[in-house]
Ligand binder design. Structure first.
Ligand code: MG
Length: 441
């Protein structure tokens, strides 16, 4: 689906969200350096610091005692996640008033479709420009919730997000004909989801900025990075326009996103869990007659920082033995240089192809024999149920933590309504019902 009209996609992101929430909840903190401390007792690592605190050099990931040392008069707040979720919900309720299409991405971040607003909303009204409209939205969130948000407007979600980073704090619009110029000197690593592995591959081609990417031959980008490479090349050249998609109809990915019951300091246990998740997902894909060409792994640590990596198979893959071996490599890459406990594990298989391989029972190569084993296991599970055959990883896991013994079926992508359910524990439709109450304030 390509719309000829340039998309106008707005990205809205809370500034230092958790720290801002603390100030919103307690007016006496206003103007003072405030940081939110992680760990069960709030004495672990800084997970958010407001602008006043950042002036003292306090950063996410810093130990709380260190923050106190560099800024003795600052305030350490213990995280109040229930309150953050409530404020988040109210923030999205306000955003809903400004667009028919809203896609929440995280607790303080979402995309709004403003395409064709200039023809239908901004024309013949007192609100005459995109900047007026967006600043109106930002002011309302500031006034009603006392939360500062920044935003960026562009022709794609990628552009909108980069515009927000450039704007912080504030608002930046990148008009379609200025995209290439806007991107030219920006490091390509700023792109959400680029990943360390791709960044390294791009650097090897001499491409550190979007400007460098734009000057590479498009065929090189396509050969090295597939569809993503083509998209990046068009984007860097200011030629990428995409509609904001709300839902994905056919399965194009399968993903699993699990917050562990406790932050796991044992990386081996985290790997065991990742392997068992991957095995479960590949089983699901096989039942649907699909096999992935790409996989990615993202780990979120205690302090909410993230590390991610992806792999593209030479051919679509369906064998657990091969896929899990690659997953182990990705895991090692993602964890390198980290020491914090693991909070969340995200695995995604994408670029799905139909599964047309019929593995022979007795193969002549190692790969074929593994394939036969996998297929036999699949058949046994089909006959006796999911728990009939456990991989070593699954077996180890069951003994480690009963929480994981009954994995829920997972959904491809996270459409808006599921994200709403996850973030606020409510259905998306119900968000609108609270509108009256919010507006009365
Ligand atoms: Mg934010």
């Amino acid at each position: 689906m390509v719309s000829r009209l340039p998309s106008r996609i707005l990205h809205v992101d809370g500034d230092t969200f958790f720290a801002s929430c603390e100030v919103a909840l307690d007016a006496s903190l206003s103007g003072r350096p405030v940081w939110v401390g992680g760990g069960r007792r709030g004495d672990g690592i800084v997970i958010a610091a407001n602008r006043e605190a950042k002036r003292f050099g306090i950063r996410t990931g810093m130990a709380c005692f260190e923050a106190k040392r560099v800024c003795p008069h600052g305030v350490l707040a213990r995280p109040q996640y229930d309150e953050y979720r409530r404020l988040s919900k109210e923030m999205f309720q306000i955003m809903e008033d400004y667009t028919p299409t809203l896609v929440p991405m995280s607790i303080d971040e979402g995309f709004l479709d403003l395409t064709s607003m200039d023809r239908h909303v901004w024309r013949d009204t007192t609100v005459s420009t995109a900047a007026d409209y967006v600043n109106g939205l930002r002011d309302r969130i500031q006034q009603e919730l006392r939360l500062p948000v920044s935003s960026g407007l562009g022709r794609s979600t990628w552009m909108a997000k980069l515009a927000t980073s450039a704007a912080k704090p504030g608002f930046v619009e990148v008009p379609p004909d200025r995209e290439k110029e806007f991107l030219a000197d920006r490091p390509v690593g700023e792109l959400a989801g680029a990943g360390k592995r791709r960044e390294r591959m791009l650097a090897a081609l001499g491409a550190l900025t979007f400007g460098h990417v734009a000057r590479l031959p498009s065929t090189v980008m396509k050969d090295r990075f597939g569809i993503w490479g083509q998209q990046l090349w068009l984007f860097a050249n200011g030629r990428w326009n995409e509609p904001l998609l709300l839902e994905v109809k056919d399965r194009t990915t399968i993903s699993s996103n699990t917050t562990l019951p406790y932050d796991e300091p044992d990386y081996e246990a985290a790997l065991v869990f990742a392997l068992s998740e991957s095995t479960r997902m590949i089983g699901q894909l096989r039942r649907e007659g699909l096999q992935p060409r790409e996989m990615s792994l993202a780990i979120r640590f205690t302090d909410f920082t993230e590390s991610a990596a992806m792999h593209r198979f030479e051919h679509p893959q369906f064998r657990n033995s091969i896929i899990n071996a690659v997953l182990e490599e990705l895991f090692a890459e993602v964890m390198a240089g980290h020491a914090q406990p693991v909070r969340q594990i995200r695995i995604c298989f994408s670029n799905l192809k139909p599964l047309d391989t019929q593995p022979t029972l007795w193969g002549t190569t190692d790969a074929e024999r593994w394939g036969a084993l996998d297929a036999a296991m699949q058949q046994l599970e089909g006959q006796w149920g999911d728990s009939a055959v456990l991989t070593g990883a699954q077996y180890a896991l069951r003994h480690q933590d009963a929480t994981h013994s009954n994995p829920k079926p997972k959904c491809p992508f996270v459409p808006a309504r599921e994200m709403a359910q996850k973030l606020w524990g409510e259905k998306l439709e119900q968000l609108s019902k609270h509108h009256g109450a919010i507006k009365k304030r």
